[in-house]
Design a protein around this ligand. Structure first.
Ligand code: PEP
Length: 254
């Protein structure tokens, strides 16, 4: 059975004091208010992961994720962080292919395939982000474009490895813009992606694949989006920086 997940992507926000407060607030609220089988993942800047672990370790349903990892195992890559380093501090999740990495750091499908592979080799669960630009949506070839992102970066994986990947559909035009995909738009894409997974890996693997929606998801629209049959949870940017709002989004997924 597929997991329900609400993940926060803090991006490059918060100083250490703020990071500790936000995490401790989220941990307390989730422990006291959240029931059911939803899993919460906090994808924070690398530098805070070790300090935050003692908070997230208190509640089994909460875990940490990194926002990136390098595609190579180790070596002369100044400023980078490897999947093995993340594994060594017991971080279970890593975002791969966020649209900001694709756009500002030139990450392409082939590179992202390498990142997914090395993450899996090190026992990390990749949250693989995909999505179309506004122009692509307007040209109406957006379904094919997003499916091609999955094919290029994920479909060389064995079924067993693919089963460890979480997909996050994030239309680029909805990220940080306040423009959210309607529940019909989200459901259409999620169903299409699930069918695409089924065509390659079979119906059972597709049915077990967690597909998150991301893009201006907030406490007001989360329940409607999460009610879609193929939307298994959310990847939350801006709204994950406020403990009350983020917890309310988690509660919308219970
Ligand atoms: C994101 O960056 O993954 C995201 C979904 O951002 P926001 O919720 O702010 O649109």
């Amino acid at each position: 059975m597929r997991k329900r997940i609400v993940a926060g992507n803090w991006k490059m926000n918060k100083n250490l004091t703020e990071a500790l407060s936000l995490t401790s607030e989220v941990v307390n609220m989730v422990r006291d208010e959240v029931r059911g089988d939803v899993e919460v993942v906090l994808c924070t800047p690398f530098i805070y992961l070790t300090s935050l672990k003692k908070y997230t370790d208190e509640v089994t349903r909460i875990s940490l994720g990194a926002q990136n990892c390098h595609q190579n195992a180790s070596g002369a890559y100044t400023g980078e962080v490897s999947a093995a380093m993340l594994a060594s501090i017991e971080v279970p999740y890593v975002l791969v292919g966020h649209s900001e990495r694709r756009q500002y750091f030139g990450e392409n499908d082939e590179l992202l395939a390498q990142k997914v592979k090395i993450a899996l080799e090190n026992g990390l669960k990749p949250i693989f982000c995909c999505g179309e630009s506004l122009q692509q949506r307007q040209n109406e070839d957006f379904l094919a474009i997003v499916k091609a992102q999955l094919t290029a970066s994920l479909f060389d994986l064995s079924p067993e490895d693919f089963g460890k990947v979480v997909i996050a559909y994030e239309p680029i035009w909805a990220i940080g813009t306040g423009l959210t995909a309607s529940s019909d738009q989200a459901q259409e894409m999620h169903a299409e992606l699930r069918a695409h997974v089924a065509s390659h890996y079979g119906a059972q693997v597709a049915d077990d694949t967690t597909i998150l929606y991301g893009g201006s998801c907030n406490e007001k629209n989360a329940a409607e989006l999460f009610a879609c049959p193929d939307v298994d949870g959310g990847l939350i940017g801006g709204a994950s920086l406020k403990s009350r709002e983020f917890t309310n989004i988690v509660k919308a997924r219970m």
